[in-house]
Design a binder for this molecule. Structure first.
Ligand code: UDP
Length: 310
């Protein structure tokens, strides 16, 4: 097949601000190429991947993430929106492709679906956050059966249109390239926490645990909200924590392999949590709240441990 992958509109690929979508898009693209499909990626200007896959770079203003808006907030697009520009490009070239795949958690690509002649498949990468978005995803899931995929059942259940499980829901899960992760049998006496430094990731709970237990905690990930981080440092001045910045997959897997366990303390319903399978790929157990994606992936007492339910 000839595939057109349209990336997230909140960040350039490679920036880290696109979260798990960045690695997933790259992994799925690599695998599709390996299977003999042809593929092109459309992404915001400045995008980079750790592979030779060509990227059509689209200029324009980035979207702000849906996490920061109220559930009832209207849908907004900035002037010269990169989201609109990427989908305008996709519209122009659609005849050259058999399938367009949408990786963005945005209203517009769902709305545009009936106006395209080439089919669009949607990969929904976050749980329900916006009423307008829920309604639009629900409309498209109903009109175009099997065109909308979620990552986990816990995530799919958060959408209002799916109350009672009335729509056939496809869960595509997430995956990583295992050859990039090494097992380490000799963990060091520290815990790791991985993720964007942003309130929905609940870093303060992991830092509190490190302080109470007096166990060193290595923190890695993109600094998305500096003020949130500074507040945590103020609230837990004696916590034995170390922030190591945003690491490449190569560096990240090394740190994970050396860690006794990874802590996963999200405040939202994590749709999947790519970092969970990255830790497990290194043989590192994950200690997590029993909710969202991690609750479906971790086996309590075998590959990790669950804390409180909500
Ligand atoms: N990540 C990374 N370097 C870091 C920390 C995280 O490349 O220092 C990547 C990690 O490999 C994963 C993504 O960031 O692909 C986080 O994805 P996840 O699904 O866990 O959370 P999201 O940010 O999408 O909510």
């Amino acid at each position: 097949m000839k595939l057109l992958f349209v990336s997230t509109s909140v960040a350039a690929l490679g920036s880290g601000l696109g979260g798990g979508v960045e690695l997933s898009l790259q992994n799925i693209a690599n695998e599709m190429l390996r299977r003999g499909h042809q593929l092109q990626i459309v992404a915001p200007e400045g995008s980079k991947l750790n592979s030779a896959i060509p990227i059509i770079q689209i200029p324009g203003t980035l979207q702000t993430t849906a996490v920061d808006r109220a559930r009832t907030a209207p849908i907004v697009l900035p002037d010269d929106s990169v989201l609109a520009n990427m989908w305008d490009y996709a519209h122009q070239v659609q005849a050259n492709y058999d399938l367009i795949v949408n990786f963005a958690y945005d209203w517009l690509p769902f709305y545009l679906t009936p106006f395209f002649t080439t089919p669009i498949a949607h990969r929904v990468s976050m749980s329900s956050l916006s009423d307008a978005m829920d309604r639009m995803i629900g409309c498209i899931a109903e009109k175009f059966p099997n065109s909308v995929a979620f990552l986990t059942h816990s995530q799919a259940k958060t959408f209002s249109f799916n109350q009672g499980g009335n729509l056939p829901i496809t869960c595509l899960s997430s995956a990583i390239d295992l050859s990039l992760y090494q097992f380490s049998s000799q963990p060091q006496p520290w815990l790791a926490w991985l993720g964007r430094i942003a309130p929905e990731k609940g870093l303060e709970d992991a830092v509190a645990a490190a302080q109470i237990l007096n166990v060193p905690l290595k923190i890695v990930g993109k600094m998305q909200e500096q003020s949130y981080w500074e507040q945590i440092c103020k609230d837990y001045p004696d916590a034995p924590v170390d922030y190591l910045g945003f690491l490449s997959t190569q560096e990240l897997q090394k740190l994970l392999g050396q860690s006794r366990a990874m802590l996963m303390t999200p405040r939202w319903i994590e749709a999947f949590g790519v970092v969970v399978i990255e830790a497990l790929a290194c043989g590192t157990p994950v200690i997590s709240y029993r909710c969202g994606g991690p609750a479906e992936v971790i086996e309590d007492g075998k590959t990790g441990f669950f804390g409180r339910t909500e």
